[in-house]
Write a protein that binds this ligand. Structure first.
Ligand SMILES: *[C@@H]1O[C@H](CO)[C@@H](O)[C@H](O)[C@H]1NC(C)=O
Ligand SMILES: *[C@@H]1O[C@H](CO)[C@@H](O)[C@H](O)[C@H]1NC(C)=O
Ligand SMILES: *[C@@H]1O[C@H](CO)[C@@H](O)[C@H](O)[C@H]1NC(C)=O
Ligand SMILES: *[C@@H]1O[C@H](CO)[C@@H](O)[C@H](O)[C@H]1NC(C)=O
Ligand SMILES: *[C@@H]1O[C@H](CO)[C@@H](O)[C@H](O)[C@H]1NC(C)=O
Length: 424
């Protein structure tokens, strides 16, 4: 016991010394370079004196500095945990593929929080947003560490011996269908979300966890986190190196898209589109405003770059991805700090050219640059005005131009997307 303590203390002291030393080294070398620049180096007496006198220790320090930065590099070259944050109908399945297609070094999960949300919705007594946010965060944290145990509690029916036939959209994660996670197919066992690329037995989450641990990087896509700030503990977890990518889209386009994809939930909007005024105090309108505000507040925090988010946050507009998919994918990977594989590039090329008929509303295979403006012909001006009224600051922050008339809305020669660069 005492031995363990001693080791911990020695280790801690060593860390402190290394940190201190590195500070001193950087300060000294800063001073040296400062001194060097204003003068013509080496010919000035004072400087050569200094260099001569300190040559040995300077060289040693230099070597240590190189060692130190190498160590840092190795650390930053390490494992990345990518969280793609979005809301529904913002193209997050499409962007998620950028990570799903990365290949063997990436463990990708598609909407694991679906189970948590579903369970919370059933348990009417837990409608507490704070508690839900905490749960989402904890599940994400565990998943980034390849631990499925908390998530298992939310899968319905409950997995038996960590085996489940009900993991939502299993087939959307290549990682959950590759060899290492594909147990032998069992005839007669129905699995709703089964692998499409090969026949596998029900998902063994122990195998999934083991496979996850073998992968270099981990990525999760989620449309269920409301506020980026609730994820702060993830950014501060020393076991993780989290990179948040927030994907946003013009809220007018999102509404247009949702009215088609989730028609049953948008009956009121459809009614308003046909007749009558939109009651601005209606719950549906308030919900829209709430969504816009959440997205904007998350982005504001991210763009402000508080220390806990420094180099961890990137804002991406769906419209830019649709128009420049390859460029944006490269930017994202550069931000994350890992190379983009040929497999991702090929996938992007294949899926952003051919405008084969869209196969279902969840399809990610469509002519994405054509897709960007379509909504303008699908939603009446009246509803556009409502979105512009309740989401005004959100539209402004992301650079979506307001339309002032029906004609402007459907005038294709006017782009509603302002060029905008967001700080990374
Ligand atoms: C410092 O030492 C290196 C060898 O370690 C030598 O090559 C160099 O000339 C020295 N510099 C000065 C300014 O004496
Ligand atoms: C730098 O690291 C190498 C091996 O990684 C080691 O041999 C050398 O002593 C280190 N140098 C200093 C100055 O710490
Ligand atoms: C929500 O849950 C949190 C933590 O469980 C609790 O502290 C808070 O009082 C709850 N809020 C409401 C409105 O129930
Ligand atoms: C699930 O996978 C683990 C790890 O490979 C294995 O030990 C376990 O037996 C598997 N469970 C079943 C029911 O096959
Ligand atoms: C995709 O859509 C754009 C914009 O409408 C069009 O210019 C382009 O030719 C289309 N590409 C394909 C392969 O259909």
């Amino acid at each position: 016991m005492r031995f363990k303590y001693t080791i911990s203390i020695v280790f801690f002291v060593a860390l402190v010394i290394i940190e201190k030393e590195n500070n001193i080294i950087s300060r000294v070398s800063d001073k040296l370079t400062l001194k060097q620049t204003p003068q013509t180096p080496l010919h000035t007496n004072g400087l050569s004196h200094l260099l001569l006198k300190h040559n040995d220790s300077f060289a040693l320090m230099n070597r240590r500095l190189v060692n130190y930065s190498e160590r840092q590099d190795r650390k930053t070259r390490g494992r990345k945990h990518i969280l793609l944050l979005a809301t529904t109908r913002t193209g997050s399945s499409f962007v998620g593929e950028f990570f799903n297609q990365q290949g063997d070094n990436m463990f990708y999960l598609f909407e694991p929080l679906w189970h948590v949300e579903k369970m919370l919705a059933l348990e009417t007594r837990v409608t507490n947003a704070t508690a839900a946010a905490r749960l989402y965060r904890d599940v994400l944290q565990q998943l980034f560490l390849c631990d499925f145990s908390l998530l298992e509690n939310f899968i319905n029916p409950l997995p038996v011996d960590h085996i489940t036939t009900a993991l939502f959209r299993r087939e959307s994660s290549n990682s959950l269908c590759d060899n290492s996670v594909c147990s032998p197919f069992i005839k007669g066992v129905f699995e709703r979300y089964h692998c499409k690329t090969r026949r596998c037995g029900p998902l063994n989450l122990t195998m999934a966890s083991e496979s996850c641990l073998q992968k270099e990087h981990r990525a999760i896509k989620s449309v269920r986190v409301r506020q980026l700030e609730t994820l702060r503990p993830l950014a501060e977890d020393p076991r993780l190196d989290v990179k948040f990518i927030q994907l946003v889209r013009d809220p007018r386009a999102v509404l247009a898209s949702r009215m088609v994809a989730f028609a049953a939930y948008y009956k009121n909007w459809k009614q308003w589109a046909i007749d009558g005024d939109v009651p601005l105090d209606d719950d549906e309108v308030k919900k829209l405003k709430g969504n816009c505000d959440n997205i904007r507040m998350s982005a504001e925090i991210g763009l402000r770059q508080p220390s806990w988010l420094r180099r961890r946050y990137m804002l991406v507009r769906y419209e830019d991805i649709a128009r420049f998919p390859m460029r944006k994918a490269m930017e994202m990977y550069r931000f994350i700090g890992i190379p983009l594989t040929q497999q991702v590039k090929s996938w992007i090329l294949k899926n952003t050219q051919a405008s084969k008929e869209a196969s279902g509303v969840y399809s990610t295979q469509k002519n994405s640059s054509q897709q960007v403006e379509k909504w303008r012909f699908r939603i009446p001006f009246k509803l556009v005005q409502v979105v512009q009224r309740v989401c005004e600051p959100t539209l402004k922050l992301f650079g979506y131009k307001f339309v002032s008339s029906e004609e402007m809305l459907t005038d294709k020669s006017v782009s509603l997307i302002e060029d905008k660069l967001f700080k990374i």
